[in-house]
Design a protein around this ligand. Structure first.
Ligand SMILES: [Zn+2]
Length: 321
């Protein structure tokens, strides 16, 4: 198996909790012993900024997570490979783990394009424009209606990101800002980690029109493994536990809407505590592979979901060299 994943909070947790990514059972969903077992090639690393930070503290917080990622990459260059260009993607192999820092929420930029250039220089290659709360770009999906569309800064940001070679990530982005982004982009956008709203009707998930809009623009949709996104009322009393089969349902739905070339995985591992049964950590990914095979998905289609589609997408977006 070859695995490439579009979203995990692993380095956020390493930075905050001083966890060791080389510990197999040290509390991280994504850790080196297990990524090696499943042949993981690439992990997009969320640089998440909690809602309590804005302005300079948000910028400092993001820099701290990236510094942790830098420190581990420098300490173990035999294991961690920093991916900054499309050429770097071609060098990924099964004994190394490619890492790409990626802002989750644009608040560290503080509405300043000069800071975008600084974060790009630090290796950031994608930005989830919002998290659940509002920021300088738009309102997040946790904001009650009516929500703001894409701000003037948001338009400038997207143009500059596209010029630099960065992915515009619409995870957590509700309407009307989502539609504004689709109108603004000239390069393929993505939703790095999301569920299908047709199956679990929450604003955080993407409806079929949103999924189609991303696919039609040549983009990428990563289905996540968070129980609350893949099973309705997952944490309410009396509701059964979410399982790997629920994740497969969302993948198959996204495939139906987007076609074979635009769907992959953005598990959101290390972004939550209660994981799906059969998908407790990255080492259990073969269960998802088996589940998809049992639903009749042929191996080449599974391969696209597990790695090829994300690698193709990033190859188009990242600077060539
Ligand atoms: Zn998220």
């Amino acid at each position: 198996m070859r695995y490439a994943d579009a979203h995990a909070d692993t380095f956020f947790r390493i930075a905050l909790e001083e966890l060791d990514p080389f510990q197999r059972d040290g509390g991280l969903h994504v850790n080196v012993p297990r990524t090696r077992e499943v042949g993981q090639l690439l992990q997009v690393c969320s640089v998440f900024t909690p809602a309590r930070y804005s302005g300079k503290p948000a910028e400092d917080f993001a820099r701290c997570i990236i510094a942790t990622l830098d420190a581990w990459s420098e300490k173990r260059p035999d294991v961690f490979l920093r991916v900054r260009t499309a050429t770097d993607l071609a060098g990924l192999g099964e004994n190394t783990l490619g890492l790409i820092p990626w802002l989750e929420g644009a608040s560290p930029l503080r509405g300043d394009l000069a800071l975008l250039d600084e974060f790009f220089a630090l290796g950031v290659r994608g930005i989830g424009l919002v998290h659940n709360h509002a920021n300088e770009v738009a309102d997040g999906c946790g904001v009650a209606e009516p929500r703001r569309g894409l701000s003037e800064f948001g338009h400038e940001l997207i143009a500059r990101m596209e010029a630099l070679g960065m992915a515009v990530d619409c995870a957590h982005l509700p309407q009307p800002a989502f539609d504004d982004v689709m109108a603004a982009v000239t390069r393929p956008p993505c939703i790095s980690h999301v569920g299908a709203r047709a199956l679990v009707n929450i604003v955080r998930n993407a409806d079929d029109a949103m999924l189609r809009a991303v696919a039609e623009r040549g983009g990428f949709v990563g289905i996540d493994f968070y129980p609350g996104h893949v099973l309705s009322r997952a944490f309410e009393p009396g509701v059964r536990e979410a399982t790997v089969a629920d994740v497969a349902d969302h993948l198959l739905h996204a495939l139906k809407v987007c076609g074979a070339d635009h769907v992959g995985l953005g598990g959101d591992f290390d972004g939550f505590n209660d994981a799906c049964q059969g998908l407790r950590h990255v080492g259990e990914l073969p269960n998802l592979e088996r589940e998809l095979a049992s639903r009749g998905l042929p191996e080449p289609a599974i391969d696209k979901i597990f790695s090829t589609n994300l690698l193709r997408y990033l190859g188009e977006i990242l600077p060539p060299q």
